[in-house]
Ligand binder design. Structure first.
Ligand code: ASP
Length: 363
């Protein structure tokens, strides 16, 4: 009996003695979308607004980590800021479907347990990332869609809003513009197909022409491709990784289209053995390339570093396939990677000492 209690005591001491403290490694990385974001099409006011939004998200997520919160809690806090801001294509300010609705997708994954949760095509949940977390923590499922997901969120006490809450004039105008451009775009594609031309040239992803800004609406929307999904990856003081992504998807999407964001392994993935990844870009390509999991797999099976694995997938594989966008990623040592093959990506990170950086352009 004595021997048994001694062994038990040692085992308990062992747990605490060996439980590594990652306090000096805590890291939080965010993105607010990628696409045609260049200095030429950015006004000082617009840049300031985005920088402030990103900074607040970093700060809120960091506060959680500093206070000893988990990486999942930090990801939720950072994403709430961006979901609540009309600047980003998630929550309030989400893009419109072809039918003029806002249909939102979100996912969360926890690297320690490999548990995950996602919601897709929801129209009344104020903060879809919280619904994804509820699916992960309070259900036996991984993904819920549409009305069922909304019912579940309501039962779990999450904030439900009228669909009109998500409306912003700027995004609605973006839909109108996209619809007006549709014929031209289709004609253009048809020409390319008939001529047998590749959509990509010299390994670069083609982007639509840019225009300047004229109004307050243009603070948010620029002509051309812009993916405003938001995401966050974090490493907490317990050494656990988490990844979360939230989006309105793509302007003018149809027929209940779901993007990569809520698909575990495509737009969102976390595994303590490798890394946590959140993506933004043309979802169809990210789904087919299983982008987030591919980065993790390159680390796991090929022993690649985070930076090499993320570059291989975003700057080589995706580019070859014509998939525009980028990712943010963090590994268990707090290494950060933020590659993108578009012209810009709203992104930033904050480290344990509070040092932060916010970046927008390629250069
Ligand atoms: N990846 C998102 C989607 O395809 C779009 C984005 O990143 O803004 O739904």
């Amino acid at each position: 009996m004595k021997k048994l209690s001694f062994t038990l005591l040692m085992a308990l001491c062992g747990v605490s003695a060996f439980a590594q403290d990652f306090s000096d490694k805590i890291t939080l990385v965010i993105h607010g979308g990628a696409g045609t974001i260049t200095r030429a099409n950015m006004s000082p006011e617009r840049e300031k607004a985005y920088r402030e939004g990103l900074d607040l998200a970093l700060q809120k997520g960091y506060e959680v980590l500093k206070k000893g919160g988990t990486s999942v809690q930090a990801v939720e806090a950072a994403i709430h800021v961006m979901e609540d801001s009309p600047l980003f294509n998630a929550g309030k300010g989400a893009v419109f479907t072809n039918e003029g609705k806002n249909e939102l997708d979100a996912a969360i994954m926890e690297g320690k347990t490999l548990k995950a949760g996602a919601v897709a095509g929801v129209t009344t949940i104020k903060n879809p990332i919280s619904a994804a977390i509820a699916v992960m923590d309070q259900s036996v499922h991984v993904m819920m869609a549409g009305r069922g997901a909304e019912q579940f969120a309501k039962e779990k006490g999450l904030e439900i809003v009228d669909p009109s809450y998500f409306y912003t004039e700027a995004r609605y105008k973006a839909l109108e513009r996209a619809k007006a451009q549709e014929k031209t775009e289709l004609d253009h594609n048809a020409k390319e197909e008939n001529g047998g031309k590749e959509k990509r040239e010299e390994g670069k992803v083609k982007t639509a022409p840019k225009t300047g800004f004229k109004s307050v609406e243009d603070l948010i929307f620029t002509e051309g491709k812009k993916f405003g999904t938001v995401g966050c990856v974090a490493l907490d003081k317990y050494g656990n990784l988490a990844a979360g992504t939230s989006t309105g998807g793509m302007t003018n999407k149809r027929y209940g289209r779901i993007g990569d964001a809520p698909i575990i392994g495509a737009g969102t993935y976390a595994n303590n053995a490798t890394c946590a990844v959140s993506a933004t870009g043309h979802g169809e390509y990210f789904i087919r390339s299983v982008v987030a999991h591919d980065i993790s797999a390159l680390m796991e099976y090929k022993g690649m570093s985070l930076a090499d694995a993320a570059n291989e997938v975003v700057m080589k594989k995706l580019v070859e396939r014509g998939g525009e966008g980028g990712v943010i990623a963090v590994d268990r040592n707090g290494n950060v990677a933020m590659p993108f093959n578009s012209e810009g990506m709203y992104r930033g990170y904050i480290k344990s000492d509070g040092k932060r950086e916010i970046l927008i352009y390629k250069d």
